[in-house]
Ligand binder design. Structure first.
Ligand code: NAG
Ligand code: NAG
Length: 208
């Protein structure tokens, strides 16, 4: 009796262990890549050119609003970030954040949710901190889609259109040109690398 119970327990443990082992983890981000992202921010559409450059500690979002202006969001790993435009308004603001850019392994510890077909790609799906839902192509391990939620209904839905591993933007393009206006605005920062949530007062960063 005791031995069959032990045997059953052993089977259960083995089963649990193999189930855990089978649960996939998201691929770490390549150290450098360029991506064109199609973004739907609660109904406002934009195209973002994302230049992720971990070895140089910098991250650049060049944002084209639909039938609107282009803005530049440049972040350095020392926490300094610039948000500016080069059109006639020439707005610019800078902020000192408590966190740097996303680490390549920022998805570590994400909870696996299973597989789902998104944009026509079969994806593994994870969520982290109930803040981001991340969809990665099962076959190529490339990100296909992710969604951020910063409030119950405020969501930013991102579709990855291109993913060029190793692409690097030339140094001279990483310049913040104009520092004009400095208005203050509350910005919510979720630090995915340390799982902490920080609220800091920053200057005029466009809604997050
Ligand atoms: C954008 O997202 C909203 C929900 O926030 C949705 O109603 C709308 O259909 C989406 N638009 C596009 C073009 O995907
Ligand atoms: C961070 O690095 C950028 C680019 O080198 C620089 O412009 C900025 O002043 C630095 N910030 C701090 C706080 O050192």
């Amino acid at each position: 009796m005791a031995s069959s119970a032990t045997y059953a327990l052993l089977l259960l443990l083995l089963f649990a262990a193999s189930a855990a082992a089978e649960s996939p983890t998201p691929a770490t981000w390549p150290l450098q890549f360029h991506s064109i992202l199609y973004v739907n921010y609660s109904g406002s559409l934009s195209l973002i050119n994302l230049w992720y450059d971990w070895p140089n500690g910098r991250n650049f979002n060049i944002i084209q609003d639909q039938l609107g202006s282009i803005s530049y969001d440049l972040e350095w790993n020392n926490g300094t970030s610039f948000f500016y435009s080069l059109d006639s308004a020439k707005t610019c603001s800078s902020a000192q954040l408590d966190v740097g850019i996303l680490r390549p392994d920022w998805l570590d510890g994400a909870e696996y949710l299973g597989q789902e077909s998104v944009d026509g790609f079969l994806c593994n799906v994870w969520q982290k901190l109930r803040f981001i839902w991340y969809y990665e192509d099962v076959v190529t391990k490339r990100p296909v889609h992710w969604e951020f939620y910063t409030g119950k209904s405020v969501g930013r839905s991102i579709h990855v259109m291109t993913f060029d591993v190793g692409a690097v933007l030339e140094d001279e393009k990483w310049q913040a040109l104009y520092i004009v206006s400095r208005r203050k605005k509350l910005k919510l920062i979720v630090d995915l690398s340390t799982n902490s949530m920080l609220v800091t007062l920053n200057r005029n960063l466009k809604g997050f």
